[in-house]
Design a protein around this ligand. Structure first.
Ligand code: ADP
Ligand code: MN
Length: 495
């Protein structure tokens, strides 16, 4: 006999309607879940989803990420309801406290937009006016000191702008809100502690999979691609570089009719560990296409920018008819493109393939042509061209790895081009191609310049002088020199 007496088993009474609606709700939810995640989930047999090195902690992570997605959807629903209830009413209610995702967890990855143009930021408030160092402004009886209550209050309101962007401060400036020092300090304290909390959470997430090929967020992205049917299976990793990991996948069906997914795809995942990208700044920071955007972006966005750059550059090349991977889709820092190779075997790099001297000569002529097209038609310099980034497939050379490519007017564009030329010349001269131009001739042939210096040092100096001239011109006239824009016809070398 239980010393505390028998438990009271009378059931709580509730109305039939309640039960009915709850059941209905459950059914609806189940239906929805089933639609989103069919019973038999076709999962790639890649090393990151199933396979021998199965890791339950990362499965847990995956589950948590999925849960987060659900929570976000829940919140979106809340927001819709909130809007419906509030309508145009002057007094509004807020469901903020019922939201599942803490505002700090909902980082930029929640947006399904792959790229947001940040060049124009309509939301940036004007700089708050501050009183100068001397502590007062105005003269005579119009003098206002920095201790003035109104000025101080406004200043505090304006300073809220400095809180983390996720911290919702409302439109205090627009309302001419005056915050007392006490309130401002309390808010500041809160903003900082929240920021720290979020940082801790984040750190945990990143570190838990530091040794894995891809982080949980990327895994979720890939998982979604397979789940949506766009990719059939992700078979495995082709390459792990310093800055990217490349996977092979079999293509599936596109959601839209007009788009055809290639039978085999390469997935290039730009690594989100930031260290490796630091020394690449110079490629993008000085690229005027990205100039204004660079400084305002957080590191995660900068990595997405590399992926975006590769996509744009590949598209330009595709349009010019240069053999290169075809872009399938860009999702954040993951670029899906057509696979160069067959049956999961990637085409060999030019450095690894043994070609007959005839093929070698053919390859050289083709590359010379492609470099000219790249410069003239695509207005691009590859900037990492070498036998490592050229694949031999189908009896011709394919160019890959163009995330770092820049326009010739880039402040170091011509230096990059010269380096490319040196790599190409040296490779083909070593391979015994008699027709191969030396690096200086190649540079002139590609760019259309006519630099006559006959030694490396002078040549390099002239290149730098040209770059400087262009920079000065841009400074003074706001536009680049015409000779850079491909107007000065470089002779097209044909086979
Ligand atoms: P990284 O910046 O790491 O050098 P790459 O774009 O050069 O990135 O890709 C690394 C390797 O992955 C390449 O050397 C090539 O072997 C392979 N690879 C990349 N893209 C493709 C593709 N579209 N088809 C086949 N193999 C590819
Ligand atoms: Mn490469």
């Amino acid at each position: 006999q239980c010393p505390w007496g028998a438990p009271n088993t009378t059931s709580i009474s509730c109305s039939l309607a309640d039960v009915m609606s709850e059941q209905l709700a459950k059914e609806l939810q189940l239906e929805e879940e089933n639609a989103a995640f069919p019973e038999v989930v076709v999962v790639a047999e890649g090393p990151f989803i199933t396979g021998e090195n199965i890791d339950t902690s990362s499965d847990l992570m995956l589950a948590q990420m999925l849960q987060m997605e659900f929570d976000r959807e829940y919140d979106a629903q809340l927001r819709r309801e909130e809007k419906k209830i509030n309508g145009d009413s002057k007094v509004s209610i807020s469901f903020e406290n019922y939201r599942k995702v803490h505002p700090y967890d909902s980082d930029s990855s929640e947006d399904e937009v792959d790229w947001q143009d940040t060049r124009h930021d309509p939301y940036r408030a004007d700089k708050p006016t501050t009183t100068p160092r001397k502590g007062f402004i105005g003269k005579g009886k119009d003098i206002t000191t920095k201790h003035d209550e109104v000025v101080c209050g406004r200043k505090n309101t304006a300073r809220m702008e400095n809180f983390a962007p996720e911290f919702q401060v409302g439109d205090g400036i627009g309302m001419d809100l005056k915050l007392s020092n006490q309130v401002f300090n309390a808010l500041k304290q809160h903003a900082y502690s929240e920021e720290r909390r979020s940082a801790r959470l984040h750190e945990k997430k990143e570190h838990s999979t530091a040794e894995k090929a891809v982080d949980p967020k990327t895994r979720l992205l890939l998982y979604k691609m397979v789940n949506s049917g766009m990719l059939e299976t992700i078979t495995g990793c082709i390459s792990t570089g310093k800055e990217s990991v490349v996977f092979h996948a079999y293509g599936g069906k596109s959601a839209t009719e007009d788009k055809v997914i290639p039978p085999e795809c390469a997935i290039k995942v730009f690594k989100t560990t930031l260290n490796e990208f630091k020394n690449r700044d110079k490629y993008i920071k000085d690229d005027y296409r990205f100039k204004d955007r660079f400084s305002k972006l957080n590191p995660r966005k900068i990595i997405r920018m590399w992926a975006e750059k590769e996509m744009h550059n590949l598209t330009r090349m595709q349009n010019a008819g240069i053999p290169c991977p075809q872009v399938v889709i860009l999702k954040k820092h993951v670029l899906v493109m057509s696979f160069i190779g067959q049956d999961q075997v990637p085409a060999p790099k030019l450095k690894d393939v043994t070609l007959s001297s005839e093929d070698m000569k053919k390859a050289y002529c083709q590359i010379l042509n492609m470099m000219q097209q790249l410069y003239k038609e695509c207005n691009l310099v590859h900037a990492d061209l070498s036998e490592y980034n050229m694949l031999w497939h189908d009896g011709k050379v394919w160019l890959i790895d163009v995330s770092q490519s820049v326009e010739p007017t880039h402040p170091h564009g011509l230096e990059f081009l010269f380096r490319d030329c040196r790599n190409v010349s040296q490779f083909f001269q070593k391979a015994g191609v008699a027709e191969a131009l030396n690096e200086r001739e190649l540079f002139n042939a590609v760019s259309g310049f006519n630099i006559t210096a006959d030694n490396e040092v002078d040549f390099q100096a002239e290149i730098e002088a040209l770059e400087k001239m262009n920079e000065d011109h841009v400074q003074n006239h706001g536009k680049k020199l015409s000779m850079f824009s491909g107007d000065g016809d470089p002779p097209i070398y044909d086979e």
